[in-house]
Design a protein around this ligand. Structure first.
Ligand code: VG1
Ligand code: CO
Length: 557
């Protein structure tokens, strides 16, 4: 597309506020978690500016208000921060709280918005997607409750972006964001805040830091892999400084613009170094990792990566060990593809378990109305009502608190949980880089089969129900449809198919597989072995190999 040159449309009363002409881009639709594109796409003339102006245009009443701004430190973070600061000033924002060096983890943004009663916040991150000049960049707007904007807002921003013709920006020089303190752009105040302090303070209110500190004093060992992403400074401050774990407990603790060339996704495939450490004969007691923007977590015992769905269930079952949850939980919420392990815990606690579409934005209303206290997703996301984002380090601290309070290892806690509630064997198979047209056709064919599936016997499993998941928010009544094809069997096994909404190249098919096993003597099978029959059924029903030409998933978690 040839772009017309930027033209000044008008100068404001204060001459340094400019209104510049721009051409709309057609592709600024936010996905599961904000707008994510290749860095080179964001670097196109006006691309970031259009999206930011569209946000300001649809926000009612943001004039004079405070917003929070920060990102995961990936390539283009600093440039984007300067552009957004100048645009915020030109759009009449009263004050911006910006993380030092432009750094704020996603959970820290949520924490800071809530603590200072800000109007909202802008998070710069493509989360677990790779970074660097040829990697991905992303931007997301969070509302005043600290959580991702609901679809009503993201759709309005997208609609606005398709018709945008101009944006406002100050031509003030760049602000120094390296040092704490206050400065101004036009009439807007800019306060550079400590990236970690508010978040660390909140964690100390939720968890028993004394008990964890004593556990480290007694020689408890752990490794936290920050994956060269934004979790590093948070983990170093909290785990090494405040909890007294020895230096070196946090691995890859310095955030790098390209995450050291790695994929900052804390799962056994991408955090292979940590997994190797935890598999070794002299493994530490506990392993953990977080992702690009530190909202995901992986929990690892000796030779035992804990499935995120199990982690949610185990934390829910033991929530009262942590001071912040000693009164118990009001309910649990999980995304639809997440295993039903948490449902069994909710049932035994006598609290509701909500099933929402994929993406943290769907938990906000349940948390705001106190219907749920803990939330989780199979994609290594867990958190609670303390903020409105998933929170990687929070989950790790919860597991530390649990081990300190019970004096039990991760392996023992997991085994005891399975013995009591049964085990939900679980795995996700991702098929990446599929041609988008083919991927959509595969999903359409699945949808067309749904009506005929009920009652059918597939392998040894009988289909109890099959549908395309649709969710009506119990608080605001909004409906989200086409959220994933699910096949549920009479023995509680499930297969779910959906397409990713966070990728930037082609389509990714996610196949989620789950099988329930009550018998403790059958709780130690390799996961893929336990799920082998469901894997075969999924391939058969979706014709994955025939459509994609792939005989194996690209990633198994
Ligand atoms: C993925 C996960 C989803 C998560 C989302 C954002 O979305 O499946 O559970 O909420 O990423 O996580 P999708 O549409 O690609 O399946 V993060 O840590 O990337 O902000
Ligand atoms: Co993330």
């Amino acid at each position: 597309m040839s772009r017309k040159r930027t033209r000044i449309i008008s100068l404001g009363a204060d001459v340094s506020i400019q209104t510049l002409a721009t051409n709309a881009y057609p592709d600024q639709q936010p996905g599961t978690s904000g707008l994510r594109k290749k860095v080179s796409v964001f670097q196109q003339s006006g691309y970031l500016e259009n999206f930011v102006q569209s946000i300001f245009d649809v926000l009612d009443g943001c004039t004079g208000q405070t917003i929070v701004l920060g990102g995961d430190g990936r390539f283009y973070n600093r440039e984007a921060i300067q552009i957004i600061l100048k645009m915020a000033a030109a759009n009449g924002i009263g004050k911006v709280l910006v993380g030092q060096n432009g750094i704020l983890s996603t959970p820290a943004v949520s924490c800071v918005i809530r603590k200072y009663h800000a109007f909202g916040g802008i998070v710069l991150s493509a989360s677990h997607n790779p970074g660097g000049s040829d990697g991905d960049f992303g931007i997301k707007y969070n509302i005043g409750n600290g959580g991702p904007a609901p679809e009503k807002i993201t759709e309005a921003v997208f609609a606005r972006s398709k018709g945008i013709t101009q944006y406002k920006i100050s031509d003030a020089p760049d602000i120094n964001i390296n040092h704490l303190g206050t400065s101004r752009i036009e009439n807007m105040q800019v306060e550079v805040i400590d990236s970690v302090a508010d978040y660390a303070e909140q964690m100390q209110q939720l968890f028993d830091f004394d008990a964890i500190r004593n556990m480290f004093k007694r020689g408890f060992t752990m490794r936290f892999d920050a994956m060269s992403a934004v979790g590093g400074p948070y983990a170093r401050k909290i785990i090494e400084d405040l909890l007294g774990a020895p230096r070196g407990t946090v691995l890859h603790g310095i955030p790098l613009e390209d995450f050291g060339g790695h994929h900052p996704d804390p799962n056994p495939v991408n955090a292979e170094e940590l997994i190797a450490l935890m598999d070794a004969p002299n493994a530490p007691d506990f392993g953990a990792a977080s992702d690009g923007d530190a909202d995901r977590n992986m929990i690892v015992g000796r030779k035992l990566p804990v499935s995120p769905s199990d982690s949610l269930a185990i934390l829910a079952a033991n929530a009262t060990v942590a001071p912040g949850y000693k009164k118990g939980i009001t309910g649990i919420a999980r995304s639809m593809p997440t295993s039903t392990a948490a449902d069994r815990v909710a049932k035994s606690l006598g609290v509701p378990c909500f099933e929402t579409p994929t993406g943290w934005k769907f938990f906000g209303n349940l948390l705001d109305t106190n219907q749920a206290t803990l939330c989780g997703e199979e994609s290594y996301g867990t958190s609670s009502s303390h903020i409105r984002e998933k929170d990687g380090l929070w989950a790790v601290l919860f597991w530390l608190n649990l081990q300190a309070a019970t004096d039990k290892s991760v392996n023992t806690l997991v085994a005891e949980h399975w013995a009591k509630f049964g085990r939900n064997y679980y795995s996700r198979h991702d098929y990446e880089g599929i041609d988008t047209v083919k991927a959509n056709a595969l999903m359409d064919r699945l949808r067309n089969k749904l009506d005929s599936l009920k009652g059918q016997k597939l392998g040894s499993h009988v289909v109890a129900m099959a549908d395309d998941f649709s969710y009506t928010d119990p608080v605001d009544g909004s409906t989200s449809s086409k959220q994933g094809v699910r096949i549920i069997f009479t023995d509680d096994a499930r297969i779910v198919f959906r397409l990713s909404g966070t990728g930037t190249v082609g389509a990714t098919l996610r196949v989620y597989l789950e099988k329930y096993e009550a018998d403790p003597s059958r709780h130690n099978l390799p996961t893929q072995t336990a799920l082998a029959d469901l894997i075969a059924i999924a391939n058969e029903i979706a014709q994955i190999e025939a459509v994609t030409g792939m005989t194996q998933p690209t990633v198994i978690t």
